[in-house]
Design a protein around this ligand. Structure first.
Ligand code: KG4
Ligand code: ZN
Length: 357
């Protein structure tokens, strides 16, 4: 039997320093032998968002240790690794370079194949680590840096159906949280506060709900939250604003996902209708409930990868490395880091890489 591949993955595109070892299983899914993620929330807290230079310095300080830890926890040695995959974009150049250079150095010195991975492809293929899923499937990626609907046709083959024209959804949560006096990253706290509030108390706008296909926009909503937050008189009203904001987001996601599902199904017959929701914001239980309900209505199977694979991690990068390597998509050590790197190069440019400030 052919040897199953084992890859080391490295991720430093934003504020997580991560390394992981993943091995293919005979059934086509993956075994995560180690998955080390070190965040930087404390470093960025006082700034209310990720500061690129601070993030890059933290990556430099931690990267060697994190990689060694991932190898140690996998109970393997470097010589048992078949290849190295590192995120090359999109993201903050000063951050990307740290993980990318580390990956190239290991690949070069061990004479192992190197695969440069698009962070978005990492997210897109991540549900396949735990579960056998057939191509094509519909993906909604909602994180602090990205918000997009993608048709995942295969490895290296994507069609972007829609994207945000301004803020990412996680950014909208974090900025709303900041206005309510909640520390970065505020998404989880907004969810908590929303439970204590009246979701119908404030009427908030839903930008481009009825136009722009399944593209999304959150800037107008943010401005309305800013205006409303200035008038709040009590903690109860803060809870109400958190609840109203979350409800509005859910209404936007419901309508836009409906459009994305329709576009995805266009010209397709007899396919398994699969809808994957990934990214840090997919941890939100109300959003999960909402999108599960819609999936049931539209006869899609909804899949939420586990939270540790949803938010930024290197297991998804190692896995994308394995999938790309199997298709002979191997890169040389000159591969550059790319701030902007759309998965679908034919899609119109609507937004730059996810800077969170
Ligand atoms: O994917 P992720 O871990 O990192 C990147 O952005 O790349 O996503 C983090 C984002 C943050 O904006 C955070 O506030 C948001 O996900 N988030 C949430 C929840 N948990 C994390 N937003 C809403 N509700 C949550 N429960
Ligand atoms: Zn991400």
């Amino acid at each position: 039997m052919k040897e199953k591949l084992t890859f080391l993955g490295i991720e430093t595109s934003c504020d997580e320093t991560a390394a992981s070892v993943v091995r293919e299983k005979t059934d086509g899914t993956g075994d995560i032998l180690s998955n080390v993620v070190s965040g930087q929330i404390d470093e960025h807290k006082e700034f209310g968002g990720v500061v690129p230079e601070i993030a890059a310095r933290a990556h430099v300080e931690k990267i060697d240790f994190i990689i060694k830890k991932a190898i140690k926890e996998s109970n393997l040695s470097f010589d048992k690794i078949n290849g190295i995959a590192a995120t090359a974009g999109p993201g903050l150049i000063v951050c990307l370079t740290v993980g990318l250079n580390a990956g190239k150095a290991i690949a070069g010195s061990l004479k192992k194949p190197f695969v440069a991975v698009n962070h978005l492809e990492g997210h897109a293929l991540s549900p396949k680590i735990n579960k056998k899923i057939k191509f094509p499937y519909l993906l909604l990626l909602i994180s602090g840096g990205h918000t997009q609907f993608l048709e995942v046709k295969g490895v290296n083959d994507y069609k972007r159906l829609g994207t945000t024209i301004d803020d990412a959804l996680g950014e909208a949560f974090d900025k709303t949280a900041k206005l309510l006096g909640i520390e970065f990253p505020g998404g989880p706290k907004i969810e908590e506060w929303a439970k204590k509030g009246d979701k119908n108390y404030f009427e908030l706008p839903k930008p481009i709900l009825k136009k722009g296909g399944c593209n999304l926009s959150f800037a107008g909503l943010k401005t309305a939250v800013l205006r409303t937050s200035k008038k709040l008189k009590s903690q109860k009203e803060k809870y109400n604003l958190a609840a109203s904001f979350q409800k509005t987001i859910n209404e936007i996601l419901y309508e836009k996902t409906k459009i994305a599902m329709k576009e995805f199904l266009k010209d397709k017959e007899n396919i398994e209708k699969t809808f994957v929701i990934a990214g840090g914001v997919a941890a939100n239980l109300k959003i999960r409930e909402n999108l599960t309900k819609l999936s049931n209505e539209k006869k899609f199977t909804s899949i939420f990868p586990p939270v540790n694979l949803c938010s930024d991690n290197a297991a998804m990068i190692a896995w994308a490395g394995i999938e790309r390597y199997k298709m002979n998509l191997i890169d040389n050590l000159e591969f550059p880091s790319k701030a902007r790197w759309p998965l679908d190069s034919s899609a119109p440019f609507l937004k730059g890489p996810g800077l969170k400030i």
